[in-house]
Design a protein around this ligand. Structure first.
Ligand code: AKG
Ligand code: FE2
Length: 482
């Protein structure tokens, strides 16, 4: 039996030029466009010469280094005072100068006068530009790095130190250098921040300044080889501040409709959009650190508090509209029991330790039966050209209409022991997404996904094989919002 995708049932997808599809496109564009939802921001920042004074060393050999106009000999002394920089591999610090060649001082071995508060506030405004209620953030001094000629740091992502850490801030000090550009990559795009030329331009202008780049933790970055001079950076870890640590209490702002919420509201107002209700999906664009406790099922809902960039913007929008929405993992299984049908796709709000589950017979049934799973692609799809299977598919399937596609950014793969008379390992793939349950045009905000009756399915089958037009299905209320 062929496992190819069967013919689709009557389509509910509007054509590309319909108002619904144009609004859907605008939402995706707003969320995906780098300029509206940047994954990093960079530039130069004016400082007073007193700010860029560095203290380092211990006891008799401690030093005060004014960076404005520092001599080569002074910078060389700083470089020679550094330890060799290591980097993390599988939770261990590794020294490998073919991967990272630079000097470093830990935060307890240096100090400088610069107060990052103003810069951090600026970064918050730029990185969270579309976020109408951005969380407070704080910067924690991390390290000083010195890159002399021939120093570099190959492509890596910064290890998040804690679930509240969302990014890093790299401050580049105004010491003349060439090369050492910082390459940044995310979602298949690449950008470059050339601190050497930005700082050189600044030197010709008035007053001292520093270079900076703030990036989300899941942005890959790489420091190109320094050609001449010293490139000195001070890095900070960026955290979402807890209420007590927040630098200032935020005045209550009057409620205003966010642009993305407004677009989403317009989309839901289109009667041809999901005329029978259904699931609306948004692939998350960022990765999130998540504690995995051995063998424990974990709800992923708490991640809502640490969403970044466009992920937070869309979450704010669905919350503002009062939609029934949550973070889900989209699970897809592969294993011997699926070799004849289609790989099922089931969403659940639980992170499941598949490797600790014992033998798993039908992953989709386990998810639906025990973990509030909703089948979004039926494993019977592979046989769905036969009436009986087709009905089964229609009955159990609640397909997702994706506004922004699932991404590989936050996907993971787990192994499990597939049920059978011989031990076999299957694989589960998970991807995080935000999924909203939408009612039909008259009940957008009141309905959970619709239940289908046998009559609905029979009528849809008849319409599918061309007997008669699909009847309008009466919606059943399952849940009413107060
Ligand atoms: O020094 C820089 O420009 C970047 C340093 C860095 O990527 C790191 O410390 O993880
Ligand atoms: Fe880094």
């Amino acid at each position: 039996m062929s496992a190819s995708e069967p013919e689709s049932p009557p389509s509910t997808v509007p054509d590309a030029s319909s108002p619904a599809s144009m609004i859907q496109h605008s939402i995706a564009e707003t969320l995906l466009e780098h300029n509206k939802n940047p994954v990093y921001c960079s530039g130069t920042w004016k400082v007073a010469s007193d700010d860029i004074v560095l203290f380092y060393g211990e006891g008799e050999s401690s030093r005060r280094l004014a960076l404005q106009g520092a001599t080569d000999a002074q910078l060389e002394h700083l470089a020679n005072s550094c330890d060799k920089a290591t980097f993390g591999v599988n939770q261990q610090d590794v020294l490998d100068e073919t991967y990272r060649k630079a000097g470093k001082l830990d935060a307890d071995h240096f100090a400088w006068n610069f107060q990052a508060f103003g810069l951090v506030n600026h970064i918050k405004k730029v990185l969270f530009a579309l976020d109408s209620k951005p969380r407070e953030i704080r910067a924690e001094l991390y390290k000083l790095n010195v890159y002399g000629p021939g120093s570099f740091f190959k492509a890596h992502k910064d290890t998040p130190r804690g679930e509240d850490m969302f990014g890093s801030l790299v401050v580049v000090l105004p010491t003349p250098h060439e090369g050492g550009e910082l390459y940044l990559r995310h979602g298949g795009k690449e950008w470059v921040y050339d601190s050497a030329s930005e700082l050189a331009n600044l030197r010709e202008g008035d007053g001292p300044g520093i270079g900076y780049v703030a990036l989300y933790s899941d942005v890959e970055h790489e420091v190109a080889s320094v050609k001449s001079g010293y490139r000195i950076t001070i890095t900070y870890n960026l955290y979402f501040a807890s209420e007590q640590n927040a630098p200032s209490a935020k005045p209550a702002s009057p409620p205003s409709i966010e642009p993305v919420a407004a677009l989403l509201g317009d989309l839901l107002a289109q009667p041809e959009f999901l005329p029978k209700g259904g699931l609306l999906g948004f692939g998350l664009l960022h990765e999130y650190p998540f504690p995995r406790r051995q063998g424990e099922v974990m709800p992923i809902a708490p991640l809502e508090a640490v969403l970044k960039g466009s992920d937070r913007v869309i979450m704010n929008a669905v919350r503002q509209l009062g939609l029934d929405a949550a973070l889900y993992i989209v699970y897809k299984a592969s294993g011997h029991e699926y070799s004849f049908g289609k790989k099922p796709e089931v969403i659940s709000q639980q992170l499941i330790p598949w490797d600790a589950m014992g033998e798993v017979e039908n992953l989709d049934e386990v998810l639906v039966g025990n973990y509030g799973g909703i089948v979004t692609k039926s494993r019977h799809r592979g046989h769905a050209t036969e009436e009986w299977y087709w009905k089964k598919v229609r009955k159990e399937e609640h397909p997702i209409t994706w506004v922004t596609p699932k991404t590989k950014n936050n996907s993971f793969k787990d192994a499990y022991l597939a049920y059978g008379n011989q031990a076999e390992i299957g694989h589960v793939y998970g991807t995080m997404a935000l999924v909203a349950k939408i009612g039909g045009p008259d009940d957008r905000f009141d309905l959970a996904i619709l239940e289908k009756t046998d009559e609905d399915v029979d009528a849809e089958w008849a319409a599918f094989i061309g007997d008669q037009p699909a009847p309008k299905r009466k919606q059943k209320k399952r849940r009413t919002k107060q």
